[in-house]
Each structure stands twice: as structure tokens, then as C-alpha cells.
Design a protein around this ligand. Structure first.
Ligand code: ATP
Length: 343
């Protein structure tokens, strides 16, 4: 594709993984647009691969410029901040060509539906408890709407729950506490090629839970310190190769089931399965994110896995743009856009 030849502009909100998405789009020959706010405007303008910046007061005001964007040849690539700032309704009302299947959003947003989806894909999920009295093992209490693990509580037993969590006003789920290594697997499913790829993997670095192991258990006794799960960063991981086949199987089954529950297009593009691996090599799945996740920002230059497939730097953001480019070249754009997209 020659640069800026009247083709589609790739646009996204200026936060989360916008730099990766727009760099990838630029490298694949698309013009790029960042929708920034007053604070981030200067930052996004400073990157040479960002061709245009539209600044709005607050990200929540995005719906106010949708009309303007709908008049142009634009494709929106959503990321975590879209879900954080725009309601499901805002998403569904939007007619701008949208990379992804919006029907997946309902299955992702409801913890109940998400569990059904993942169970049908034969993934192992931590046990969930309906009330404090049922608790018969260590659990984690997860507040609804918490971001980045904020406010999560490790609870030892039913008694501990009664003292520390029973009074909580917010909605929460009580989940079996899985002791193991957290591994976040980043996938890309290409509807054009009907092919799943493992793009990269990361583990999060969380304060203070990842530091507790540095203090011997005996010394912790009486210290009155409880673990917290606030994410401060991500580090890259390459997995034991003998475990890769199971990660691939999990990704394939999640895509397969999505085609049964979210319409024939199912889940496509980037997604992430968040797991904890126990000493018996079992992957317990905490959650699925049905789009590009921030952990992929570690791999703007590609990962060991994407290198195996591409032999050139291939971030998830760039892979998205490559899919859009391939779709345009083969006259299949509709296959990689939500059905609400007006072209
Ligand atoms: P985000 O939306 O940013 O992905 P979140 O608020 O949904 O984050 P989770 O990813 O569900 O949070 O969990 C945050 C952290 O809490 C995990 O990285 C993990 O360390 C811990 N955690 C969550 N569920 C469990 C569990 N069942 N057992 C043990 N630890 C858990």
C-alpha cells in the first residue's frame, strides 16, 4: 500500500496501547489518528508515526466526535480504555468501522457469561463461592470494576472473611486462591486465514504480593502484612515449550466456542487469556480480555513467538494492521469488522 493514498486511517484513543497500534498501522502503510485529551495531546503529537491528533476534553466525550469520524474513511481499533471509558451502549451505537466483534462484549462484561464461555471451552477455572459460609480454603475477594487488581483481598478462611470482607458494600466475587505463576497469553486469531497465532506472553509485577516471598515466612509472622495485587508493570516470559501446546489448545477452544455463542464471526483479532499455573502444570484461567492488552506493549519490536512466525518485528498492534491490510487487498474488509460498521 502506498502511504496515504486515500486509504482508511487507523484511529484509536490516546492511551493504553495506542502507541503500539498506531506504530503498527504506520508500518503497514496506513495513515494514523490518535484521539487524545488535553493532557495527552502533546505526547501523541510528538511521535512521528502519529499523523493526526484530535483532542477532546475527556475520553468519555468520545461519542461527541463520532459523527465527525463517521464521515471519514476511518477504522477504529479498540483497546482496554475503550471499554473503560465508553459504555456497551456507546460501543454498539457507533457505526464507525470497528476492528472486532461487539457481540463478544456482552459475554466478556458479565462474569457469569464469561465463566460459561470459558467452561464450555474446557478451561479450568478457580472455584467460585456464593457466600462467606461456603469458604473451605484460601480465597481471593475480587471487587467488581476494580482495575489492575486494586482492592483485591487474600482471605484465609471463613472466619477471616467474616472479620475483613463480610461488611464490604461493593459487589465482589469470592474465588478460590490459586497459588502459582501468573501467565498472560496474548493471541491473535485471523479470520482471513482461520488461524490462531501465539503473539507473546507476559507476567505482571504486582505490589506487594510479588515481594512477600523475599521475606521468610517465619519473619512475616506477626508483621500484619496482607498481600495486595496492584499492578505496577509487566515482564516478558517465554514458556517451557512442553507447555505451549496446551496454551494453543486453550486459545483455539475459546475461539471455537465464541463462534457458537457470539454469532458466526465469534472472537477475532487480538485477545488474552489470563492464567495462573500451578505446580502440576495446570492452567487456571482467571479471565479473558477480548482485545489487545497492555502487556503486549512489551513487544512493540516483536516477541520470540512472533519472530518465529514473521522473521520481522511484529507487535500485536502491527498484526492487527496487517490483517486489515490483507482484508483490504483481498476485498474482505467486512470479515474483520463488526457488523455495525458502515463502510
Ligand atoms: P485487569 O482488569 O487489569 O486485567 P483485574 O482487576 O481484572 O485486572 P485480575 O486480572 O482478575 O484483575 O487479577 C489481578 C491479580 O490478582 C492477578 O494478576 C493475580 O495476581 C491475582 N488473582 C486474581 N485471581 C486470582 C486467583 N483466583 N488466585 C490467585 N490470585 C489471583
Amino acid at each position: 500500500m502506498s502511504r496515504h493514498d486515500g486509504q482508511y486511517t487507523i484511529a484509536t484513543l490516546g492511551s493504553h496501547s495506542a502507541l503500539q497500534i498506531l506504530k503498527g498501522a504506520h508500518d503497514e502503510g496506513f495513515p494514523t489518528l490518535a484521539i487524545a485529551n488535553r493532557e495527552t495531546e502533546r505526547l501523541y503529537r510528538s511521535f512521528k508515526f502519529v499523523d493526526e491528533v484530535i483532542a477532546i476534553e475527556r475520553y468519555q466525550d468520545f461519542p461527541s466526535i463520532v459523527d465527525r469520524l463517521e464521515e471519514r474513511k476511518i477504522i477504529v481499533v479498540p483497546h482496554g480504555s475503550f471499554v473503560a471509558y465508553l459504555s456497551l451502549d456507546d460501543h454498539k451505537k457507533m457505526r464507525i468501522p470497528y476492528f472486532g466483534n461487539k457481540a463478544v462484549l456482552d459475554w466478556e462484561a458479565s462474569r457469569e457469561l464469561q465463566r460459561q464461555w470459558l467452561s464450555r471451552a474446557n478451561l479450568t477455572l478457580p472455584r467460585q463461592f456464593k457466600s462467606g459460609t461456603e469458604i473451605d480454603r484460601p480465597v481471593i475477594v475480587k471487587l467488581y470494576g476494580a482495575q489492575g487488581g486494586k482492592g483485591y483481598m487474600f482471605i484465609r478462611d471463613a472466619q477471616d472473611f467474616e472479620t475483613r470482607a463480610a461488611h464490604l458494600k461493593q459487589q465482589y466475587v469470592i474465588q478460590e486462591y490459586i497459588i502459582g505463576v501468573p501467565l498472560y497469553i496474548h493471541y491473535f486469531y485471523s479470520p482471513l486465514e482461520d488461524q490462531l497465532e501465539i503473539m507473546s506472553m507476559d507476567r505482571r509485577y504486582e505490589t506487594n504480593v510479588d515481594s512477600l516471598g523475599r521475606i521468610p515466612a517465619a519473619a512475616q509472622e506477626g508483621m500484619d502484612v496482607s498481600p495486595s495485587y496492584v499492578v505496577v508493570g509487566n515482564s516478558p516470559v517465554s514458556l517451557r515449550e512442553s507447555m505451549l501446546a496446551e496454551t494453543y489448545r486453550m486459545g483455539e477452544d475459546v475461539v471455537r466456542v465464541s463462534k457458537e455463542i457470539c454469532g458466526p464471526k465469534g472472537l477475532f483479532g487480538a485477545f488474552c487469556i489470563e492464567t495462573i499455573i500451578t505446580p502440576d502444570m495446570q492452567f487456571y484461567v482467571m479471565e479473558i480480555s477480548a482485545r489487545i492488552v497492555a502487556g503486549t506493549n512489551l513487544f512493540i519490536d516483536g516477541s520470540p513467538y512472533s519472530y518465529l512466525n514473521y522473521s520481522e518485528p511484529m507487535s500485536t498492534g502491527r498484526r492487527i494492521a496487517r490483517e486489515l491490510k490483507n482484508a483490504l487487498f483481498s476485498n474482505n474488509l467486512r470479515l474483520v469488522l463488526d457488523d455495525s460498521s458502515v463502510l
